[in-house]
Design a protein around this ligand. Structure first.
Ligand SMILES: Cc1ncc(COP(=O)(O)O)c(C=O)c1O
Length: 306
């Protein structure tokens, strides 16, 4: 990635373009979903049921996988009925949707949450929010050898760390498992503190019997999950103009902006080489940037938040 703020700090960044692996099952999603799909097959389930918001990249990938591989999917959604481009795709992919309200969705961590849904869909295998947990992380551990195989082509003999966006912490935990302490993993956390990312990463590492080191969590939420301010939108457009990498504002844009902050603060020594994981999410790019795109075309509309 040739961006002026990287070049002037003497930092090299290689982007692991997981957004390119599939048009629909994009980014980190397949790595997190694959072990759940295998577990569902081993349990002789017919399909999968999971949960997320009206812009969920996870549900989008799950619904697309269901359509591609011909298994039924059910999505439990946060809030009341919404018509978003993601929701339209979910329906087009054949996912059956249930809107849980906000309180109902908050109950997802309660012990009895799944009972009702297991009774209603006894042949479907439940997958935690975002494809999370140890299984999802184990799928993401496979990203480490994927990068090692490509180092020679990059002309690198080694790298100094990973940089990626964090939502639930599953992908980061997977990299920590895969690295087993060999290289540090830096997570730019796109959700506020009360989402419990640190606890979730700790839980996964504990379940895997791994020591709790080899990673750093840095705040990248910029005022809240999926909050998009005009500085972030401008940053994304500037990076896209200066490279060939498309970004979206909820995860990858915030992660790269947090990297710039750390690079400019001298967090990494000159000559450092980092692997930036492009975790996908581009299906939500247009909706997430819409207001800012409109303000760009019509500056009189002013600064807006989404
Ligand atoms: C595009 C994108 N990037 C990053 C993440 C964060 O991944 P994780 O929940 O594994 O931390 C997500 C959420 O699943 C996502 O959709």
């Amino acid at each position: 990635m040739n961006l002026d703020w990287l070049t002037s700090a003497g930092i090299e960044v290689a982007v692991l373009r997981l957004d390119l692996i599939d048009a629909l099952i994009s980014g980190n999603k397949w790595f997190k979903l694959a072990p759940h799909v295998q577990a569902a097959a081993a349990a002789e389930a017919d399909g999968l049921i999971s949960l997320g918001g009206a812009h969920s990249n996870h549900l989008h990938a799950l619904a697309a996988a269901g359509r591609r591989f011909s298994f039924p999917t059910v999505g439990l959604l946060r809030g009341t009925v919404q018509d978003t481009p993601t929701v339209r795709d979910l329906l087009a992919f054949g996912m059956q949707l249930h809107w849980l309200g906000y309180g109902g969705y908050r109950a997802r961590h309660q012990p009895g949450f799944w009972d009702e849904w297991r009774e209603r869909y006894p042949t479907l295998y439940p997958v935690a929010e975002g494809g999370g947990g140890l299984l999802g992380a184990q799928g993401c551990a496979g990203l480490v050898p994927l990068v090692h195989e490509q180092l020679v082509a990059l002309g690198w003999t080694d790298y100094d760390g990973w940089w990626l966006a964090v939502g639930t912490g599953t992908t980061l935990a997977g990299l920590v498992l895969g690295e087993a302490g060999a290289h540090p993993v830096y997570g730019a956390v796109a959700v506020p503190d009360d989402h419990g990312v640190a606890q979730q990463v700790r839980r996964i590492l504990h379940q895997a019997g791994m020591a709790e080191h080899g990673y750093h969590l840095l705040d990248a939420a910029r005022g809240g999950f999926a909050k998009v301010d005009s500085e972030l939108a401008e940053f994304i457009w500037a990076c896209e103009a200066g490279s060939t990498v498309p970004l979206e504002p909820v995860y990858t844009g915030k992660a790269l902006m947090a990297l710039r902050r750390q690079v400019e603060a001298g967090y990494f020594a000159r000559g450092s080489r980092l692997v930036f994981v492009h975790t996908g999410g581009l299906q939500g790019r247009t909706a997430a940037l819409r207001k800012h795109e409109q303000a760009r075309l019509d500056p009189a509309a002013g600064d807006t938040e989404t």
